[in-house]
Design a protein. Structure first.
Length: 192
């Protein structure tokens, strides 16, 4: 089993937030708290070797929560695969657990279940809706190589890029993860 000290938590939060008026989802109120805090609560706020956040712009609220902010290594925000590349490049541990900041309904004991299952190529999650390629436990060096290679070749699809690593799947069906990706998922009258 992979030890938590060998794993960095990487939160993908560098999107443009177009569906929520360009606002940073990490700080929008969800369940009465910032979306990031709600995500950490669902993750059971487990201790990891490091905490990283892929962000558009560094914000001191990340630092207050023990995160190191990283930005895309490529211009023009080319999408979540670039966020994965940036997280993997900055990762100080052998393994990286990646979650999108707008994920909801995480399975219980998610890290432990992924760590018990992970092959040397990593593990990603499948739910009743299909593959969830932005949620997985990855060897940092393999994730960096796969994302970099795909981006260099003009590939933007995360599932195609990471499938080349041949990760195992944690299937949590019939459960279905949520995604706080619409204005209705947040109290847009208040940043948390």
């Amino acid at each position: 089993m992979i030890a938590r000290a060998d794993v960095s938590l990487g939160v993908l939060a560098g999107g443009r937030g177009e569906r929520v008026g360009g606002r940073d989802k990490a700080w929008l109120s969800r369940d009465g708290m910032p979306a990031l805090d709600a995500l950490l609560r669902e993750l059971e706020d487990a201790a990891f070797g490091a905490r990283l956040a892929s962000v558009r712009t560094p914000d001191p609220r990340w630092t207050e929560r023990g995160f190191v902010c990283v930005q895309d290594l490529r211009p023009d925000q080319p999408g979540p695969l670039a966020g994965l590349e940036a997280l993997a490049a900055a990762c100080p541990t052998p393994w990286l657990l990646v979650l999108p900041v707008d994920a909801t309904g995480l399975p219980e004991c998610l890290f432990d279940r992924l760590a018990a299952l992970a092959s040397p190529q990593g593990a990603w999650l499948r739910d009743a809706g299909g593959l969830q390629p932005l949620l997985g436990l990855w060897p940092a060096s393999g994730l960096l190589a796969a994302s970099r290679s795909a981006l260099d070749a003009g590939e933007a699809a995360v599932h195609r890029a990471l499938a080349k690593l041949c990760p195992v799947q944690l299937d949590v069906s019939p459960a279905r993860l949520g995604n706080a990706n619409t204005p209705e998922a947040y109290d847009l009258h208040h940043d948390a």
